[in-house]
Design a protein around this ligand. Sequence first.
Ligand code: THU
Length: 138
Amino acid sequence: MDEKYQELYRRAAEAYENAYAPYSKYRVGAAVLWESGRITTGSNVENASYGLTVCAERNAVFTGTGLGERKIKAIAIAVPAGDFPAPCGACRQVIREFAQNCDILLLNGKGEKKITTLVELLPNSFGPEFLPESGLKA
Ligand code: THU
């Protein structure tokens, strides 16, 4: 497999070590590979006011956009749990903002890997190109 993808899996697995998940105990790590080659990571951050929780994927994406990144090439999501992770609907749409399609790499606690795509997880999606004044240049 592509060396960059191996690195992406590894960085996502490292990221869940820093998850703040005292309520659900469900730790998630994510690593985004941007078109520039940069990788940004994130983990889930929960809150005593539960609804304020932010997923690992969104933290990883927003860390990249804060550095000026705008095009996602791939994202890896890793969990120590036995089942493969599944990005929530909100995170799928946030990823969609920065990629019409991209690879989504999944890693579970058994060390099993699976690659899917954004189009598979979010078919017929709505994105910035639908708007006359696209936010792509923002
Ligand atoms: N979570 C993520 O970080 N990413 C996912 O793909 C699914 C859910 C987090 C949110 C919350 O901290 C915990 O997992 C349980 O929902």
